[in-house]
Design a protein around this ligand. Structure first.
Ligand SMILES: [Zn+2]
Length: 335
């Protein structure tokens, strides 16, 4: 059985012969961005130099691999639909799925669920990029090949291949002052939808709005998955950002009410049980927040306290009901 390295050698020799009749590779397009490939090295890689430069960022964003699904999707690829010149290379990939799975299982017996750790299956992606750069791949074959990439754990690469990810610069961080995970990046429709559906999240209001996407700390898994899938080119360490969110959550009292989306999807209040009282934070809104604050100040000063470091209000137990009434008045029945 031939190794993945052998497949790469085979690709080089096939592209060498394509090069002799240049018209044969002029129709090849970058598997990632669909732009025409204009030189031999790019045709060999199946991707252009700009997309190749993003590989480090993309390959760093992986989730657990699922080899059972890798096998299922590779069995679904109909070789009659592949460009015939690529079939020998595809066969090498297919022959290597089970050996790769066995190798990975040695370090982790759960074949449904494990991370690659340096156990390199990037060679598979390398071959799939190359096949996808050929003209005339049908939709089903394309989908099966991309699913193999995703099931190998390379979520970011898969979503770039699907055309669903923004490959522009992005940034993620945790804002301790409001307890929100934040992200900035170029506009991305599927990413927008993924973030927007999370309760209590806020999204930019219009194209070009530089306001970050924000997600409550407790949705750290969903946040990370959306960031890796749709805005994978961030440089921050995802684990560090999540740890910050977890630490913040650990220091907070149990949250009893979050958000009321009825008046405006972007307004929200976090209302927390605190020792001897309640605590809440508000997102600043020019027409609303000062009225809320004015009402809070009707509570005797020794029973309320503004905490500038967390930008939150503490109200003692005695005036808890009053505080709830004030918030209900300004933010509606959802409170
Ligand atoms: Zn490209």
């Amino acid at each position: 059985m031939s190794s993945i390295n052998h497949a790469v050698e085979m690709i080089k020799s096939i592209c060498g012969s394509l090069l002799n009749s240049k018209s044969n590779w002029e129709r090849h397009r970058c598997a990632r961005c669909q732009l025409p490939l204009t030189d031999y090295a790019s045709v060999v890689n199946g991707i252009g130099p700009i997309c190749a430069n993003k590989n480090t960022a993309l390959f760093a964003k992986t989730i657990k691999a699922n080899y059972v699904m890798v096998l299922a999707y590779s069995d679904s690829v109909d070789i009659a639909k592949l460009p015939s010149i690529t079939v020998p290379v595809w066969n090498i990939l297919k022959d290597n799925v089970i050996p790769a799975m066995s190798a990975a299982m040695k370090s982790n017996p759960d074949l449904y669920n494990f991370f690659h750790d340096g156990n390199d299956t990037r060679g598979f992606i390398r071959i799939i990029d190359w096949i996808l750069s050929f003209p005339g791949i049908d939709g089903t074959t394309r989908k099966n090949l991309i699913e193999i990439v995703r099931q190998l754990g390379y979520v970011a690469v898969a979503s770039v291949l699907e055309g669903k990810a923004s490959t522009g610069e992005s940034k993620i961080w945790f804002d301790t002052s409001v307890g929100m995970l934040c992200l900035t990046g170029s506009s991305c429709k599927p990413g927008y939808a993924a973030i927007k559906k999370l309760n209590g999240s806020t999204v930019p209001k219009y194209r070009g709005d530089k306001t970050p996407y924000r997600v409550p700390a407790k949705y750290h898994e969903e946040f990370l998955s959306a960031a890796m899938t749709y805005w994978p080119c961030f440089e921050e360490k995802a684990e560090d950002v999540v740890v910050e969110a977890l630490n913040w959550l650990a220091t907070r009292p149990a949250e009893i009410i979050v958000n009321n989306p009825t008046k405006s999807s972007n307004s929200f209040v976090r209302f927390l049980e605190a020792k001897d009282g309640v605590e809440f934070t508000m997102v600043w809104e020019k027409d609303r927040t000062y009225k809320v604050v004015a009402d809070i100040k009707t509570i005797p000063y020794n029973h309320r306290k503004y905490k500038p470091n967390t930008k939150s209000w503490f109200i003692s137990d005695k005036y808890k009901t009053r505080a709830e009434e004030i918030l209900k008045l300004h933010y509606g029945e959802g409170m």
